[in-house]
Design a protein around this ligand. Structure first.
Ligand SMILES: O=C(O)CCC(=O)C(=O)O
Length: 298
């Protein structure tokens, strides 16, 4: 059964890379009209401020927006201090996690889950479900978003060739995926391995490519270097990127540097890939918007 699901997921992932993805998503959405209409109703009730509206418009138009000034400062402080504690444990994790796969970074939140699920009150979840973030995404998706994953990654230099997310790619968690990023270490220089991307209008011009990951050589034969944005910024910078539409790469950390970054992945529900278990759980009486965002609605 697991192998069957894996094969289906793999086929769907390939389909999502092609120009027919929006049609597939549209048809799939028709089979989930009840949940979709509930989510639309919830989104419509949100009182949107002018700044939120502007950020959502930037995200729609350019595929990214910087939202540090809208973020709840208590949550940000808390995220920072918890992340620093996690960072301390990284050496042991480098020994434990599979080196051959993504030797250039490690996940620091593996011990935060119970039976594979994060609690709704966990700071790494609370940060993602804060009011302004959900408002922007509800405007962007025209319904409440679905949080798929939270990740704290520690990137470091290696001698290996560039691989995986260090190469140019788009994300295919769904055909409309938005990631929320927070730098938890200064990423002021290119040597610190900034998240680097090609904004949406120019990414659209590149369109579908047979290979999912492209080298610099291949990528810059399709666009020019002056069109890309290297997100060099100090720690506590918060930004969003529509990673399903914008080609991107990062974590190219040079010797004597490292990078600590938080990522929350959201999709425009319903999610095309079936997951046996929800990634989140709660013991609290959550609001409708929180339940929908965590995929915990009845
Ligand atoms: O490490 C980075 O900056 C790139 C991250 C990335 O490719 C992703 O989250 O999809």
């Amino acid at each position: 059964m697991k192998t069957y699901r894996k094969t289906i997921s793999r086929i769907l992932w390939q389909i999502l890379r092609t120009p027919i993805a929006p049609a597939v998503k549209f048809l799939f959405t028709l089979t989930h009209t009840k949940t979709v209409s509930e989510r639309r109703k919830t989104a419509k009730k949100i009182n949107i401020s002018k700044e939120t509206n502007q950020k959502a418009r930037e995200l729609d138009r350019d595929g990214y927006t910087i939202i540090s000034e809208l973020i709840d400062t208590d949550l940000l402080d808390n995220l920072f201090s918890e992340s620093k504690l996690k960072e301390k444990a990284r050496i042991k994790l480098f020994q434990k996690q599979d080196y051959s796969h993504k030797g250039f970074w490690i996940r620091l939140l593996d011990d935060e889950t119970t039976n594979g699920a994060f609690d709704s009150e966990n700071i790494f979840v609370k940060f993602a479900t804060q009011k302004k973030v959900i408002e922007i995404l509800s405007l962007h998706f025209k319904k409440t978003p679905q949080l798929m994953e939270v990740l704290l990654s520690y990137s470091r230099p290696t001698d290996n060739d560039l691989s995986y997310s260090q190469l140019w790619h788009r994300d295919f968690d769904d055909n409309n995926t938005v990631k929320l990023f927070v730098y938890l270490s200064d990423v002021n220089e290119v040597d610190d391995g900034p998240f680097t991307f090609l904004p949406k209008p120019n990414s659209k011009k590149i369109g579908f490519q047979l290979r999912s990951h492209l080298s610099d050589e291949k990528f810059f034969s399709k666009t020019s270097k002056d069109k890309i944005i290297q997100m060099c910024a100090p720690k506590l910078t918060v930004f969003m990127c529509e990673t399903s539409k914008c080609y991107h790469m990062g974590s190219r950390v040079m010797p004597n540097s490292s990078r600590l970054m938080y990522t929350a992945t959201f999709i425009n529900p319903p999610h095309l890939f079936h997951r046996e278990k929800c990634r989140f759980s709660t013991t609290k009486n959550l609001s409708t918007i929180e339940k929908q965002t965590l995929g915990l609605e009845a």
